[in-house]
Design a protein around this ligand. Structure first.
Ligand SMILES: Nc1ncnc2c1ncn2[C@@H]1O[C@H](COP(=O)(O)OP(=O)(O)O)[C@@H](O)[C@H]1O
Ligand SMILES: [Mg+2]
Length: 244
């Protein structure tokens, strides 16, 4: 039984077709990398899954619901958390305030305090650095810490699936290693399903799992990340050798 299933999803911006008839499915607990060059349609696909940009065609099922065209907050409530590209933190708020905003936990609501406290404890257990610095302004954090913060924020609602757009962008390789270590631990501990967009396939090959290669809005390859890394066909699909 798949947790997420896309059937013939097409995404358009005006006359531009950014994603063309993409089908894929993702099982609970699985890790799927979506890789491919700039402009391939990776971010568009994530935004469609999260309900931010509704698809022009096709169907998206998540957690046994047809979520095509549903509002982002409805999809989030079913257990999908998205971490968009760019580490959008509220720079003047503290780390803890950043974790609490936008989680649907509102001060004053019955049971709010206990729920927020236990969600925070879980995030802090995953990212101890966020706990150490919980009263620091988020704007003062390093890029790696900000990435941990936005992933932490996505964890606050106890999701079944986290979709992350380019977590390693602009981070030093050793910092990226730390972020991935945490993600893999989360997957192991909580059977969290991971959908991760990365431009380069290197990370997918290091981590393993399944990998999809997109190019020009289409899925060119879908398979085992480490095996695909060695294939010449993948090099061709990625760089488009032989095409003019
Ligand atoms: N909001 C938008 N409006 C118009 N065109 C867009 C928008 N977002 C992306 N595109 C276009 O859609 C295509 C796919 O972009 P995107 O999904 O961002 O790819 P990727 O994340 O793989 O780099 C590109 O041609 C891009 O210019
Ligand atoms: Mg992108």
């Amino acid at each position: 039984m798949s947790l997420l299933k896309l059937a013939d999803v097409t995404i358009r911006y005006g006359r531009l077709t950014a994603v063309r008839s993409v089908s894929l499915s993702l099982a609970e607990g699985e890790i799927l990398f979506i890789t491919g060059p700039n402009g391939a349609g990776k971010s568009s696909l994530l935004r469609a899954i999260a309900g931010v940009t509704p698809p022009a065609g096709g169907r998206i099922d998540f957690a046994d619901h047809d979520v095509t065209g549903r509002a982002p907050e409805d999809i989030a409530r079913l257990g999908l958390s998205m971490v968009p590209e760019g580490r959008d933190v509220f720079g003047s708020l503290t780390i803890e305030e950043n974790l609490l905003v936008g989680t649907g936990m509102h001060a004053g609501e019955r049971g709010w305090r206990a729920r927020a406290a236990s969600a925070l404890e879980e995030v802090y257990a995953t990212f101890p650095i966020l706990k150490d610095r919980r009263n620091a302004q988020a704007g003062l954090l390093s890029g790696g810490q900000q990435q941990m913060l936005v992933i932490g924020r996505a964890l606050m609602t106890n999701p079944r699936l986290i979709a992350i757009d380019e977590p390693s962008l602009g981070l030093a390789p050793n910092i990226t290693d730390q972020v991935y270590e945490r993600l893999i631990a989360l997957r192991r501990q909580r059977a969290l399903t991971l959908l991760i967009v990365e431009q380069s396939s290197t990370r997918a090959m290091m981590v393993g799992g399944r990998m999809i290669l997109m190019r020009g809005g289409q899925v060119m390859m879908d398979g085992d990340a480490s095996a695909m890394g060695q294939s010449e066909a993948m090099q061709d699909a990625y760089f488009g050798y032989g095409e003019h």
